[in-house]
Unconditional design. Structure first.
Length: 99
């Protein structure tokens, strides 16, 4: 009976909930760096994105892959939002000022 319960519990865990490896962490950090560079190119770097990227790089160096992936994901998301904000503000400025 106990074996059945363990199998059922393991089957209920989503596949995405797995331990990240070194390659996963390196790919996540590389994606975050790329997004941060895109934001920097537009002159719209966000401090929280930079902090998350630094935390991801530190976690990568320390070998804590799950933390590196989580922080890199947050940094990438914030940097991508910064890029979106730059494009939105450019459009809004044109519509408000240039007539």
């Amino acid at each position: 009976m106990k074996k059945f319960a363990v199998v059922v519990l393991l089957a209920a865990i989503p596949f995405d909930v797995r331990a990240a490896g070194r390659a996963d962490a390196m790919a996540a950090v590389a994606g975050a760096v790329q997004a941060e560079n895109a934001a920097a190119k537009l002159g719209n770097r966000w401090v929280p994105a930079e902090a998350s990227l630094k935390a991801a790089q530190a976690a990568l160096a320390a070998g804590t892959w799950n933390t590196a992936v989580a922080e890199a994901s947050k940094a990438r998301s914030l940097a991508e939002r910064a890029v979106e904000q730059s494009h939105e503000q450019e459009k809004v400025w044109r519509e408000a000022v240039i007539r």
